[in-house]
Design a binder for this molecule. Structure first.
Ligand code: ADP
Ligand code: ADP
Length: 223
């Protein structure tokens, strides 16, 4: 049974705009799934529905209930939305802090993740001292610090220059291969979707529908 399935999902907003119509999609545990499509085809809407930030107008979002007991979800948006006055350490600690974990208790997890995103030594920096790529790294560490089962990413690297983006693609892939969380990654970059994903769901616009689905693993097996 998939971890998550969208079954005939449609979403029409109160202004009459239909962003999604009759979308079926399954996400298996450990997938790195990309949603690829042009601007306005409903990718973000699909992600927000998966996150439970909105409810579908028709159809349903079907989480595997057995797995569903403790499904936690991490988010990464294009804008890192870090606390500007807080250090890198405190920004990454925040989700744990909200769960009542003290700074000292959080320290091993925070430091390990900072190492994984290549930010060791930057614990005490504040966001404005960092490059855009480094702020995105902080954002990824923050999203993963609670060890969520699912990581939802909405065009996370779209605002970064190509080299920074490529480095982040590589480091994200390394993290995923190591920790095996499930990723749903929204992008309009064909390169990014094919490079990162085990499966690409191609969406067509107006109203958003699934146009095709491509299994990348079958073409390029990974270790
Ligand atoms: P994408 O992420 O693929 O660019 P979106 O899911 O953001 O697409 O948007 C799909 C369509 O729904 C667009 O036409 C957009 O203008 C519209 N839309 C998105 N959010 C809202 C909203 N809250 N209210 C009304 N229309 C919306
Ligand atoms: P990334 O690919 O991580 O975004 P950049 O290309 O922005 O990295 O920067 C390359 C390296 O330069 C960083 O990994 C970091 O070591 C260093 N660096 C960049 N900006 C700063 C800064 N504001 N303060 C200190 N070191 C920096």
């Amino acid at each position: 049974k998939p971890l998550l399935a969208l079954r005939s999902v449609g979403k029409t907003f109160s202004n009459g705009v239909t962003a999604l119509a009759d979308v079926d999609m399954t996400i298996r545990e450990g997938d790195f799934l990309s949603l690829l499509g042009p601007s306005g085809c409903g990718k973000s809407t699909a992600l927000r529905l998966i996150a439970g930030l909105m409810t579908p107008t028709t159809g349903l979002i079907d989480w595997d209930r057995k797995a569903g007991d403790d499904i936690s979800v991490g988010f990464v948006f294009q804008e890192p939305t870090l606390l500007p006055w807080a250090s890198v350490f405190d920004n990454v600690w925040l989700p744990l802090r909200l769960k009542g974990v003290s700074r000292g208790e959080a320290r091993p997890a925070v430091m390990e993740l900072l190492e994984r995103v290549h930010l060791s030594g930057f614990e005490n920096a504040v966001p404005r001292e960092l490059s855009g790529g480094m702020r995105m790294r902080v954002s990824i560490a923050r999203a993963l610090v609670t060890r969520p089962r699912v990581l939802l990413m909405d065009e996370p690297f779209a605002a970064l220059d190509e080299i920074t983006r490529f480095r982040l693609n590589n480091d994200l892939l390394e993290l995923w291969q190591d920790q095996r969380f499930t990723v749903v990654f929204v992008t309009h970059s064909v390169f990014e979707s094919v490079f990162l994903s085990s499966r690409v769901v191609v969406m067509a616009a107006r109203p958003g529908r699934v146009f095709d689905e491509i299994a990348i693993d079958a073409a390029y097996p990974r270790d």
